[in-house]
Structures are given as C-alpha cells and as structure tokens.
Design a binder for this molecule. Structure first.
Ligand code: LLP
Length: 388
C-alpha cells in the first residue's frame, strides 16, 4: 500500500515548521490518474496550480503530461517556469486584470475560462490591440449544489462564478460576432472537496441538457467541455486512502456525460492530485495544563496552515516522536488569535516539548495559503527525495 513515510531522524535536524512532500505518494497518485485518462484519449488533465505550486511538485506533474489550470498571471508564470506547455494552460477567475489577459495572450495559452460578458469584452479589446485571437471557454454556472463546505461550493446560482445558464445562448451569439475571440468550449466547476459522485453525475446531466438545448436552437456544440475539478480526499484516513478514488470519478463522467463526436473533455483537479502527499511538520513547543484541558502548543499555526481556522477543517495530527499512551489535547498554534487551533480534545500519543508532529493531508491549499501574519517567516518545503 502507498503510504507517507516520514524520515524522523532528518526531521530532527531541521528547523520547524516546514512542509514535507512525499514524492512516492505523489507519483502513485499521478500514475492512478494517468491509468484512467489513458483509457480515454479525449480526456485532458489540467492540474489546478492553486492547490500547490512548489516547483519540485510542479515539475513532477509536468512530467506526468498534465496541463495547468491557472487563476492569475503569477500562476501562469509559475506554470511556464515549471515547464507546462502554454498549449496546456487554461486561465480562470472572475477578476482577470488587463495585464494578466495580455500576459496570457502573449504566451498563447490554450484558452481563457471567461466568467462574464464584461470580461469577454475586455479580452476582445485587448486581443484586438495585440492583433491576436483569444480562445475562450465560457464558464457556465450550472446551478448544481455540491455536498461540501459552504465556502468551497461554487456552482450555485447565488455564487459569484460564471455566466448564468439563461444567458448562455446570448453570450455565445455575442462571441460569434467578435473578430478577435474564438469560442472553443464550455467550462463548469461546482466546488471542491466533493466525495459524492452523485454531485458530479448531476453536473453531467446538466451539461447534457445544455448541449441538447444548443443543438435544438441551431448553435454549434463547442470543441471542448471542461468540468473543472473538485474531487475530494480523505482527511480522516490519509494512509488507508493515500490515493483518492480517481477510478470512480472518471467512470462517473464516462458513464453519464454525452460527449459529441470529436469533443474533448477537460478536467482541473487540484486537491486530489497533491492533497495526500504533503504534511506540515512542526515541533511541540510547550504542553500547558489548563484548568479543564491540556494544550499541545506547536510552533506551526494558522499562518502555516489556515484551513482549520478558515473552514473548520480537521487535519489528522500525529506525534511522530512519542510512543507514550494516548492523551487528549487541544492542539494549537502560537498565533495571537483564538481560532489558531488545529484540533480540539484530540487524542495524541503523550506529547512532550520537542516532539515532532505531522499535520496530515496538507499538500493541497496548505503551503499556497500561508501568510506572514505576526511577522512570521514562511515555512520552507522539502521533498522526500531531498531528505533521502
Ligand atoms: N477549477 C476551478 C475553476 C476552481 O475554482 C478550483 C478550485 C479547481 C479547479 C480545483 O479544485 P479542486 O480539484 O482542488 O477541488 N482553499 C480551499 C479550496 C478552494 C478551491 C478553489 N477552487 C480549501 O482549502 O479547501
């Protein structure tokens, strides 16, 4: 079974906190995805760079043949620097700045995932000025709710993302009039950390309806359908489920989405690719006895991993040093905020000052969401190969 391995002796030598990426787990995940996509030559994968942009991780994903899903000019630059071909880059986001649009046109990326008419008009103007043609996919808000945290569901009518379904045809017709814009696709994304395949199935049905509607109204179906990302991981069982169930995910699309002849299907997975290979490694600074509970105070806090404070996410915490019997702790960080808590009333092996602690499943939206609040230095990152 693929499982994260922690070189504890090397960890002891390093200043904490830091991110640690197990490249064997990453490789196993990439292999599992490629095994599925290989069976469908019409499937194209774009890794969502926002999940983790550590260069060594990106290089590995490039080697697996993925394209990139970017949401800023900075991410486009990071993707190009890591070696992703421009022809595999898609660019999403509700607020693309003019310089970012120009950068993407200059690089000649695969396409813009356009989120509004206002944006489409600006892209068209900038493309005309640069004497280029902008390839675009229209991001359609499918009004499909996903069973996930409210803050990371994106496909409902009340969310800020995408173009409303009822406006789709008018926007398609408008795009056809634009000399410097070529419509290549329709784009969707319903949310993140989705574990119920029914949600993706609901998206498939919605796309089938929309394509049928286009045909009925004499509009061409586009060259590509992009269904975004969203496949979740097990935060409870990072070892038993080190590689997410990508088979069930791709089979859902294969079974329920009716592609037209020659049509491509694009994906933008982030969390499922990198979530389980990364851990935040910290030291216990103090064990403090409170009146009613005891606190394990780590040298990592919400500045190093914000998901617990931001979404109430629970990441598994493991004491890698101690073999002592389990005790209950509130596992907290050093930041001056009461939300700086990783886990409450949580069972850990008896913990002492200096023990090395791993906060698991932190490969996605961990390092990329760090901050320097409290003037803290950003955590470093190491791969298993660097420490081998
Ligand atoms: N495509 C689009 C258009 C997206 O907005 C996202 C994520 C993805 C793809 C990749 O989704 P994934 O496969 O990773 O679920 N910071 C939050 C997650 C925010 C996700 C934002 N969009 C977290 O830590 O849970």
């Amino acid at each position: 079974m693929t499982k994260n391995r922690f070189p504890i002796e090397q960890f002891e030598e390093l200043p904490t906190p830091f991110y640690y990426y197990d490249m064997e787990v990453l490789d196993a995940t990439l292999r599992a995805i490629c095994e599925q996509t290989r069976q469908h030559p019409e499937y194209h994968m774009h890794y969502a760079i926002k999940a983790c942009n550590t260069p060594k991780v990106l290089e590995r994903i490039v080697r697996a043949g993925f394209g990139a899903d970017c949401v800023s000019g900075g991410e486009i630059r990071a993707a190009l620097a890591a070696g992703f071909p421009a022809s595999g880059i898609v660019f999403a986001g509700v607020g693309k700045a003019d310089w970012e649009i120009a950068l993407a046109l200059e690089a000649d990326i695969l396409c813009f995932n356009v989120e509004s008419v206002a944006e489409l008009e600006v892209i068209s103007e900038i493309a005309a000025r640069m004497q280029r043609t902008a390839r675009v996919s229209l991001r359609i808000n499918p009004d499909v709710g996903a069973h996930t945290h409210d803050h990371i569901t994106t496909g409902r009518a009340e969310d800020k993302f995408g173009i409303a379904m009822q406006d789709m045809e008018a926007v398609i017709r408008q795009t056809a009039q634009m000399e410097h814009v070529a419509l290549v696709g329709l784009h969707f994304h319903i949310g993140s950390q989705i574990l119920e395949m029914d949600d993706f199935e609901a998206l498939c049905h919605r796309i089938n309806e929309l394509q049928a509607q286009l045909e009925a109204n004499g509009l061409p179906t586009p060259q590509l359908i992009n269904v975004g990302g969203g496949l979740g991981i097990s935060y409870e069982e990072p070892d038993a489920e080190a590689v997410p169930d990508v088979k069930a995910y791709f089979e859902t699309y294969a079974r329920h989405l009716q592609l037209r002849p020659g049509q491509q299907l694009h994906f933008e997975l982030g969390r499922a690719v990198v979530g389980q290979c990364g851990s935040l490694i910290a030291r216990c600074l103090y064990v403090k006895q409170g009146t009613e509970k005891q606190f394990a105070i780590l040298d990592a806090g919400m500045t190093d991993l914000v998901r617990p404070a931001l979404y109430g996410a629970l990441h598994r915490v493991e004491n890698l040093t101690s073999q002592l019997p389990e005790e209950r702790y509130d596992v907290v960080g050093p930041i001056c905020e009461s939300s700086d808590v990783f886990a409450r009333d949580y069972k850990l092996n008896g913990t002492r000052r200096g023990d090395i602690v791993a906060i698991r499943s932190a490969g996605a939206y961990g390092e990329t969401m760090t901050s320097q609040y409290n003037c803290r230095p950003l955590p470093k990152a190491y791969t298993s190969e660097e420490l081998a």
